[in-house]
Design a protein around this ligand. Structure first.
Ligand code: BTN
Length: 286
């Protein structure tokens, strides 16, 4: 008899009746496995899928992360989804999408579990210092116009740390690991989509200022000394804010400030044990 029972790993379903938003999830395609839900989302968009379409897969064969990394995507454990957003957008809206997704995921985890999920620049969601979710926003442009944006979200849900590849274990976690019990993937999916829908409407109405304030409130990067690795070299500085384009503002020891884009690798500086002094008002005013 198989030792894996269906109650341990229930199938991924979509509780459409629990969706509260008008846009996000107006169409949801659920797949057993795809290469990458972001790729499938662009294909669906090219074939006429409407604004707000969501592609969900139980597994990915070639899940993509930031900076050309891969995203581990085993079946039966986690959430992998991509949201199609129709354009045209103001440039700042596209730049705000990773922050919107991170805040939506942070809040969905808090809603369902009470865990103290936090944000980390540029687009990670963290619990107890370890990464539980990542976001990959990709956009297609024609000239200076964004024609479609795809917001890809990966969440480690019911994936015990002992089952993760060894190289992930020091830095990754899952909701199950942190909570001590499994969480319903369909419930997390619908809570996340509802949070994203509400946040997206607010972003369109109010711009990115309130969103970046909210994201900054729980950001573990701001107020800390960080080491930044970019093509132009390695520097150590203090992370002080995000600017309206989502760049990380850092202050060097000489007092000068510089903006860092999301293609840089930012790590806590060695020996930085200081807690951030304050987590309020770190987003630069618009
Ligand atoms: C990162 O932290 O590097 C971003 C990870 C993003 C992973 C998600 S899983 C769903 C979507 N499809 C992909 O191929 N990637 C994103």
């Amino acid at each position: 008899m198989s030792r894996t029972t269906t109650t341990e790993r229930p199938p991924l379903t979509v509780p459409r009746a629990d969706l509260t938003g008008g846009r996000i999830g107006s169409r949801i395609d659920l797949h057993t496995a795809v290469d990458s839900t972001n790729t499938t989302a662009f294909e669906a968009s090219g074939a006429g899928a409407p604004d707000g379409t969501v592609i969900v897969a139980d597994a990915q064969r070639a899940g993509r992360g930031r900076l050309g990394r891969s995203w581990n995507s085993p079946p039966g454990r986690n959430l992998y989804l991509s949201i199609v957003l129709g354009a045209p957008f103001p440039r700042q809206t596209v730049a705000a999408l990773p922050f919107l997704a991170a805040v939506a995921l942070r809040d969905a985890i808090r809603d369902l579990t009470g865990l103290d999920a936090a944000t980390k620049w540029p687009n990670d969601v963290i619990i107890n210092g370890r990464k539980v979710g990542g976001i990959l926003v990709e956009a297609r442009e024609r000239g200076s116009q964004t024609t479609v944006a795809v917001v890809g979200i990966g969440v480690n849900v019911n994936w015990p740390r002992r089952s993760m590849p060894a190289d992930l274990r020091p830095t990754a976690t899952s909701i199950q690991t942190e909570q001590g019990r499994a969480v319903s993937r369909p419930r997390l999916l619908v809570t996340l989509l509802n949070r994203f829908d509400a946040g997206y409407e607010r972003l369109r109405r109010q711009g990115s200022g309130p969103l970046l304030e909210d994201w900054s409130r729980t950001c573990i990067t701001l107020g800390r000394r960080v080491t930044i690795e970019s093509p132009s070299g390695i520097i150590t500085a203090t992370a002080v804010a995000v600017d309206p384009s989502g760049r990380l503002m850092i202050r060097r020891p000489d007092g000068s400030t510089t903006a860092v884009t999301a293609d840089a690798v930012v790590r806590p500086a060695i020996g930085d044990l200081t807690a951030p002094t304050t987590r309020r008002s770190h987003a630069l005013r618009h």
